[in-house]
Design a protein around this ligand. Structure first.
Ligand code: SAM
Ligand code: DTB
Ligand code: SF4
Length: 338
């Protein structure tokens, strides 16, 4: 039974519709109460099994139903994962996220996935996997191997979901999140903006995330990457200010979660990204590639970090000094969200 049914559509709508500067001011204040300002977490992604997914997600390059001209790839070898993780570590990432285009993993693949988790952790990186739906036994095995995070996005509102995916249900997603939580794996779950959803759908997604028994530790907010050959290839672009509003609202309603400015940063100029960071985004995917599409180059991101004086997180454990800084920030926190 959930103990925190706190967030309703009305409450969230009120926040989202605040005057833009008020919204950002409140979000930034809340952000500083819980996190070190100017510091972000960086994760690197690797596709460990690419394409030929039986699911029909309309945005996805990897669905077998979408003719996207993708180079398919069976589950990669352990050595490839280790090499990519070493490179990610060298570039400064603290988390390595491995994604597979599956409806769910097959039990015969679990031993290799366990080895991948152990190998990546040995390099000194946090591990994250996104493999589709999990059952209890699978989740427990991955947890035992040391998996830190599991990414499983709700993607959009329960109402709009069937317009995007029909081969599994919203309930299936929620059930997997429950299994992951109970296996003591941290949850990474968020959504995509630009699918053709309404603002109410975005609010409804936030209601779902905020009212989970415990909010996700990590919330990726993706801007749809329009992929040729998918049914959503010609969707209208989302207004950057609408996107920023969602980031700020997410920060206000889930103050202690990391919010990842996920896919779609190539559509955003530096100023839009800066406004997302001011609004409380404090994590990105770092590295030239997402799963099948490109991401800003490390060189470009480093330049942006230096222009904004952003430093990257080496460890999720706050030092004593950082705790003191959060305490000091609290002294300035007097924003009301009523
Ligand atoms: N098959 C697994 C699943 O569906 O959970 C894992 C991989 S799937 C590619 C992970 C997430 O990537 C999706 O839930 C979606 O949020 C995001 N994603 C996929 N394609 C995208 C696109 N074209 N634009 C933005 N986000 C996308
Ligand atoms: C998430 O929310 N975004 C990532 C990760 N979780 C797995 C994936 C983005 C994929 C973008 C499109 C592509 O590269 O295929
Ligand atoms: Fe498959 Fe995941 Fe893509 Fe859906 S989002 S088609 S489940 S890889």
């Amino acid at each position: 039974m959930s103990t925190n049914q706190l967030w309703t559509v009305d409450k969230i709508k009120k926040i989202l519709n605040k005057p833009f500067f008020d919204l950002l001011f409140i979000a930034q204040n809340i952000h500083r109460k819980h996190f070190i300002a100017n510091k972000i977490q960086i994760s690197t992604l690797m596709s460990i099994k690419t394409g030929l997914c039986p699911e029909d997600c309309k945005y996805c390059a990897q669905s077998a139903r979408n003719n996207t001209g993708l180079q398919n790839q069976q589950l990669v070898k352990l050595e490839q994962v280790i090499n990519a993780a070493k490179k990610a570590k060298k570039s400064g990432a603290t988390r390595f996220c491995m994604g597979a285009a599956w409806r769910n993993p097959n039990d015969r693949d679990i031993p290799l996935l366990e080895q991948m988790i152990k190998g990546v952790k040995n390099i000194g990186l946090e591990t994250c996997m996104t493999l589709g739906m999990l059952n209890k036994q699978q989740a427990e095995r991955l947890a035992k191997a040391g998996l830190d995070f599991y990414n499983h996005n709700l993607d959009t509102s329960p109402e709009f979901y069937k317009n995007i995916t029909t081969t599994h249900s919203y309930k299936d997603r929620l059930d997997s999140l429950d299994i992951i939580r109970k296996a003591n794996i941290k949850i990474c779950s968020g959504g995509i903006l630009g699918l053709g959803e309404t603002i109410d759908d975005r609010i409804s997604l936030l209601v779902q995330l905020a009212n989970l028994p415990k909010p996700p530790e990590s919330i990726p907010i993706n801007m749809l990457v329009k992929i040729k050959g998918t049914p959503l290839a010609n969707n209208n672009s989302i207004d950057p200010f609408e996107f920023i509003r969602i980031i700020a609202t997410t920060r206000i309603i889930m103050p202690t979660s990391y919010i990842r400015l996920a896919a779609g940063r190539e559509y955003m100029n530096e100023q839009t990204q800066a406004l997302c960071f001011i609004s409380g985004a404090n994590s990105i995917f770092y590295g030239e590639k997402l799963l099948t599409t490109s991401n800003p180059s490390c060189k470009k991101d480093k330049l942006l970090f230096s222009k904004l004086n952003i430093i990257t997180e080496e460890s999720l454990v706050n030092t004593v000094n950082e705790q003191k800084q959060i305490f000091n920030n609290n002294k300035y926190y007097d924003a009301s969200i009523q």
